[in-house]
Design a protein around this ligand. Structure first.
Ligand SMILES: *Cc1c(COP(=O)(O)O)cnc(C)c1O
Length: 391
């Protein structure tokens, strides 16, 4: 029999053991973690909407109308007016002709990729794609070819040799590096090689582009250039769930074939109502994005002048590269002693030898919050040698 205790012990020795911390109260920069106050720089609530009063009020007001539970899957009797209205709102917001609401981003990726590719087809996937994309590729039973991160030339060479249907999938904004995929170039090679382009914009929706419409709109691309957009609603949107947006034919096809859409209970409809309220805020309020961009600029300038190694990212995801697992844990612990919560990200979430602190900024951070983080980073600078980074 498999020795679980031994395997756990081996993880601990490799600096790869993971634990959970327990948060009380609402999600916001000032957190209570295991009973202690900490200032958090690791949530994906980029716009500070996860605890926004307007969204909470929308949820409360919806509950008497919609009830609580989803009660059934969408194809039985779970598909509520509220879900339908959210789908129309999401299509309009992203500039697409239609959308389909999923329970989570993980399920959207698993369901969409496995519905759109199968045995005999080939999927081309960026090496730094999110775990849910990787699992969707495996589930599809298609042949999987991974191209070097952002390397469109390598992708094009692979596409030229492939047979069968071709699907190219990429994060819009890479979740652990914060850089943006070369979407224009990807759209060009996909068109040239008759490949279907799927973009997962989990970290771009709400943050990038005019009125937060995401990285595809930011780069001036249309539904024709990028036929399949996947977005999540638990990050900048601050609620829960995910969506796919594209042509009505594609949505119809997914309703027939995406198993993670078909065989799961519909999300509580009141969440869909609250999500519509959140999309309204995202569309109307450029000030949050402006403040966030300013925080990002200050962080980059100050942290790099201290000699920390950052990644070429202009998004709220600003990793500090460390390299060694133990060194990353040590810096995270030293920051926590100073009241700052920044988690260490280790393999297999990132490649071997590229452990890092994933700093994320939010419009709900004040300039004073950021200054506190920078002061703590300055005090801890001696802990990082920065010679063992294998980028
Ligand atoms: C977080 C994330 C997901 C998963 O979304 P959930 O709604 O949290 O399940 C999918 N793709 C990317 C790129 C992500 O960062």
């Amino acid at each position: 029999m498999r020795d679980f205790t031994l395997e756990l012990e081996q993880r601990k020795q490799a600096g790869l053991y993971r634990t959970r911390r327990q948060i009380s109260g609402p999600q916001q920069p000032a957190l209570t973690s295991d009973g202690r106050p900490l200032l958090s720089f690791c949530s994906n609530d980029y716009l500070g909407l996860a605890s926004h009063p307007a969204n909470i009020k929308a949820l409360r007001d919806a509950l008497p109308e919609t009830g609580l539970g989803g009660a059934a899957s969408h194809l039985i009797c779970g598909h509520h007016d509220a879900h339908h209205q959210l789908e129309q709102r999401l299509a309009e917001f992203t500039g697409r002709s239609s959308a389909l609401f999923f329970s989570t981003g993980y399920m959207a990726n698993m369901g969409v990729i496995s519905a759109l590719a199968g045995r005999g087809d080939t999927i081309f996937s960026d090496r730094l794609n999110h775990a849910s994309i990787i699992d969707g590729c495996i589930l599809s039973r298609a042949k999987i070819r991974r191209y070097a991160h952002g390397n469109v030339a390598e992708l094009e060479a692979m596409l030229a040799k492939a047979s069968g249907h071709k699907l190219v999938v990429t994060d819009g904004v890479f979740s652990m590096d914060g850089d943006v995929a070369p979407l224009k170039e990807l759209a060009r090679v996909c068109r040239a090689h008759d490949a279907l382009l799927v973009v997962d914009d989990a970290h771009g929706i709400g943050v990038l582009g005019p009125q937060g419409r995401g990285s595809i709109v930011e780069q001036g691309l249309s539904e024709e250039d990028v036929p399949v957009l996947i977005g999540t609603l638990g990050k900048a949107v601050g609620t829960s769930g995910a969506f796919v947006a594209g042509s009505p034919v594609l949505m119809d096809y997914l309703i027939q074939k995406a198993r993670t859409y078909i065989y799961t209970t519909a999300m509580p409809p009141a969440i869909a109502v609250a999500t519509c309220a959140s999309i309204d805020l995202i569309e109307q309020d450029d000030e949050r994005r402006r403040h966030l961009r300013e925080l990002v600029a200050v962080f980059r300038e100050e942290a790099s002048s201290m000699g920390y190694e950052l990644m070429p990212s202009r998004t709220p995801i600003q990793p500090i590269m460390i390299g060694d697992n133990w060194a990353a844990l040590e810096l995270s612990r030293a920051l926590e002693e100073r009241g700052m919560l920044v988690t260490a990200i280790r393999p297999p979430t990132v490649p071997e030898g590229q452990a890092r602190l994933r700093v994320t900024l939010s419009a709900s951070h004040s300039r004073a919050d950021l200054d506190q983080l920078l002061e703590a980073l300055s005090q801890c600078r001696h802990l990082v040698a920065q010679t063992d980074v294998a980028v």
